[in-house]
Ligand binder design. Structure first.
Ligand code: C2E
Ligand code: CA
Ligand code: CA
Length: 714
């Protein structure tokens, strides 16, 4: 910059009303290496400056009309003249005259008569200074712009003079107007959050900070906004190794920090429940295992699964499912909080996580003993079985919990989770809503279960499912009139698997839906065939799982299958369980009415074991109650059972429902039922469930009728 000045000829504008004076000045300056021109008044000077290029102005104070002071002010006010070096020529050199010149905006002044040999040097000097100022100004403003863009503020501390300088953007970062107040260390400290203040102070004022070291800090700006900054510090040493100057940058990394936090949240937390996710849970468990290896202690892992989540999700929709999961997450978290409060640890012994779906895990580290774990599991079980009010609807769920312990059941994350998972399935098997601690014996069972699921998926395609039929006796006519279809799985690999074992598995995995469709279709086609061959079949009953019943497409699927088979809908009976009636009654009523409207018969299976009250029943369009076999089998010995059977029969009669007793194994039982006017009976005493091929012979023999034998059936 400065060299450029030497390489080009500086242009001087001489402003003086005295023509003689002008000529002299121009001549002298041109001879001294300038490019000079002159004008005779302020107006011409302003025009000249606006239209031509000028590097410096030599301005006489004494001019008529507009004097030099006013001319100087006007030049300063103009766009091009704002930072133009102006040397004023005055007759006086008293303090008042000098003040007036500078007040008007002069850069320098000289007295008249002019000392011509000195003037060129003073002009050059003035030009140089102005170049430097301009360059500094430029670099400062581009530095400030750069600092603004990058969110950087810089500071410089002179240890000798005690002077501390902040860049404009450092003021902005802490929420102040640039250079609006004195920059001091104590002022900066005011914005550092309380807990970190002494660390930061020590760090900044210490002589021995390693160069390039960084501190990440939270600050509270003047407006109370939370921001995150990185402070970097460098020391400048003198020859004796003493710190003479410190300087550094303050980097506003709030956006970056928030982005990192968001990424962390996405990576480590479940977005629905805001609980830690599988990744974070596994990391914490791994960390606790590593610690427990050094300082031995027991760790408990709880694996929790909701018992009927699928049902809520399928029947009420995913939005409700989500609400339920959120509520479960909150309840778990508050149980965990209680433990954490009791142990008074910041990151307590208890971490709750959502593994996905309706599976949650809890990590308990360093509890006094296992009884506390059990107490906790019990507390969760109770808490989660309380009614949920989701968007105004009551909803129930329960949870099954499996528990495993480090080091007894495994010494890795995978082993402990797997053991807890296996224990959870055992808990489910034992009846829902309970917990179970892992034991070695469970392993074999669970392998069987996983294997079974795999095979069951293929069972339909492999033609491994068959239906057996159990006849039902009409006690009034003394004839077999109906059958119940009962599915059987003849697995090529596992052999015969009873429905008691695979139906619950099918329900857990959703396989019940295709299996149920298969059963319905097979039963309808079979019934049509029997009727066509003269079997006096009044009705065929098919079991419907609640998971099928609540599906939105259930009605259309049943309708299609029945239509396809050609079976008269009046001859199809759908057996549902009481649990269908307990929750969410309004849509259950709608579905039942629709089914009734389509002509089907409806019965309540296992009646008496569920929660439905007799009075509740009148709201449902039911045809028949199937008295659960446990009551039938106990009714002759147990007064309680017999009371129930009689009450159900009396009630069914008064409500115009028909009643059928299941599980009739003896003639005495049959006699009792007959004498209490039960309508129908089913059980081993009459016949076990038999393959389809055996039915027509059974009906023929029992009913003493002749039926054409076509040799069809299984
Ligand atoms: P359920 O609907 O209560 O069926 C009656 C069960 O009791 C049948 O067992 C039957 O064989 C058995 N049983 C019949 N009479 C007697 C008796 O006199 N004494 C004794 N002790 N038991 C008797 P099964 O076939 O093992 O079926 C068990 C359960 O599996 C059924 O109970 C039903 O809930 C379910 N299930 C069977 N087939 C299907 C199906 O196609 N779909 C659905 N969703 N569930 C089915
Ligand atoms: Ca049944
Ligand atoms: Ca039953």
């Amino acid at each position: 910059m400065l060299n450029a000045l030497d390489s080009k000829i500086p242009k001087v504008l001489v402003v003086d009303h005295n023509e003689m004076m002008c000529r002299r000045a121009v001549g002298f300056l041109n001879a001294a290496g300038f490019w000079a021109e002159s004008v005779l008044n302020a107006k011409s000077a302003l025009r000249y400056i606006e239209t031509k290029s000028v590097d410096v102005v030599l301005l006489d104070v004494d001019m008529p009309v507009i004097d030099g002071y006013e001319a100087c002010q006007r030049i300063r006010a103009s766009e091009k003249g704002a930072s133009l070096p102006i040397m004023m020529l005055t007759k006086r050199d008293d303090a008042a005259a000098i003040d007036m010149a500078f007040d008007a905006g002069a850069t320098d002044f000289a007295t008249k008569p002019v000392n011509w040999p000195v003037l060129p040097h003073r002009l050059r000097n003035m030009l140089r200074t102005s170049e430097v100022v301009e360059a500094l100004d430029k670099s400062r403003s581009s530095l400030d712009a750069a600092q603004r863009i990058t969110g950087l503020g810089s500071w410089e501390y002179n240890m000798v003079s005690g002077e501390l300088i902040w860049s404009d953007n450092l003021y902005r970062i802490i929420g102040l107007e640039p250079q609006s107040c004195d920059s001091t260390l104590s002022l900066f400290m005011k914005y550092v959050v309380d807990k970190d203040r002494s660390t930061v102070y020590k760090w900044l004022s210490s002589d021995s900070v390693e160069p390039g070291k960084m501190l990440k800090q939270q600050i509270l700006t003047e407006d109370g906004e939370e921001r995150y900054v990185r402070i970097q510090l460098k020391n400048e040493l003198d020859g004796d190794g003493m710190v003479v100057r410190k300087w550094g940058v303050v980097h506003d990394v709030t956006e970056q920090y928030q982005a990192e936090k968001k990424i962390h949240l996405l990576a480590y937390y479940d977005s629905l429940t805001r609980l830690p996710n599988r990744v974070l849970f596994c990391e914490r468990l791994a960390r606790d295992i590593a610690i427990a290896r050094r300082t031995p202690k027991e760790i408990a892992v709880l694996f929790l699964d909701l018992d009927n989540f699928k049902r809520v999700n399928d029947s009420l929709g995913h939005a409700y499912g989500d609400l339920l999961l959120q509520e479960v997450g909150e309840r778990l978290q508050s149980c965990a909080q209680e433990i954490n409060d009791a142990y008074q640890l910041e990151e307590g012994p208890c971490t709750v996580a959502r593994m996905g779906g309706d599976e949650f895990t809890v990590l308990l580290t360093g509890l006094y003993d296992r009884s506390e774990v059990i107490k906790f599991a019990t507390a969760i079980t109770n808490e989660l079985s309380d009614v949920y009010v989701l968007d105004g609807n009551d909803c129930h769920t329960s949870s099954s919990i499996g528990i495993s312990y480090y080091p007894e059941h495994g010494d890795s994350v995978d082993e402990l989770l797997k053991a807890a998972d296996i224990a959870m399935y055992e808990a489910k098997k034992r009846g829902k809503g309970c917990y179970q601690t892992y034991s070695l014996a469970m392993d074999a069972n669970s392998i069987r279960r996983y294997k079974m699921e795999e095979l069951l998926r293929a069972a339909i395609d492999n033609d491994e499912l068959v239906l057996h039929y159990q006849p039902q006796l009409n006690l009034e006519t003394g004839k077999l009139e109906s059958v119940e279809a009962l599915v059987r799985w003849n697995s090529a690999e596992l052999g015969f698997v009873s429905p008691g074992d695979f139906i619950p598995l099918a329900e857990d995995t959703g396989l019940i839906v295709p299996i149920g469709e298969w059963v319905l279709r097979a039963a309808c086609f079979q019934a049509v065939e029997w009727i066509a061959t003269g079997v006096p079949l009044e009705r065929i009953a098919v079991n419907i799982s609640v998971l099928e019943f609540i599906r939105p497409d259930f009605l259309s699927i049943v309708g299609e299958i029945v239509a396809e088979s050609g079976l008269d809908p009046l001859r199809l009976e759908l057996e549902i369980t009481e649990s269908v009636l307990v929750d969410d009654t309004s849509s259950a009523v709608d579905t039942l009415r629709a089914l009734k409207g389509m002509g089907f018969q409806l019965s309540i299976d296992d009646f008496g074991t569920g929660f439905s009250s007799l009075s509740q029943l009148k709201h449902f369009p039911i045809d028949r109650l199937k008295i659960d076999q446990s009551f039938v089998q106990g009714m002759l010995e147990n007064v309680h059972d017999s009371a129930i059977v009689r009450a159900v029969l009396a009630m069914a009669d008064s409500m115009g429902l028909s009643a059928i007793a299941e599980g009739v194994e003896t003639s005495e039982q049959l006699e009792f039922l007959y004498s209490h006017e039960c309508d129908e009976a089913q059980g081993y005493f009459l016949s076990r469930p038999v393959p389809g091929a055996a039915i027509s012979a059974l009906f023929a023999e029992f009913n003493q009728v002749e039926i054409r034998n076509t040799g069809t059936g299984d």
